[in-house]
Design a binder for this molecule. Structure first.
Ligand SMILES: [Zn+2]
Length: 67
């Protein structure tokens, strides 16, 4: 089960919960019990380039044409 980072909007408490994706809306602050929490960006950062084609590698052509 994935771990999500949250920050409470009421008290500012930061915490992480190991919950499923569907249970995220049920999560609440363990400190003050508020449901107004914000999910923080996790370290699972999918650094994906916006729609760049895979064959645009200029270095590959120059190096790999020796035969
Ligand atoms: Zn709180």
């Amino acid at each position: 089960m994935p771990i999500f980072d949250f920050e409470c909007q009421e008290c500012g408490h930061k915490f992480d919960l190991m919950i499923s994706n569907a249970d995220k809306d049920k999560a609440k602050c363990p400190k003050c019990g508020a449901k107004t929490i914000k999910q923080l960006v996790s370290f699972f950062n999918t650094s994906r380039v916006g729609g760049a084609p895979a064959d645009s590698c200029s270095g590959c052509r120059a190096a790999g044409n020796g035969g």
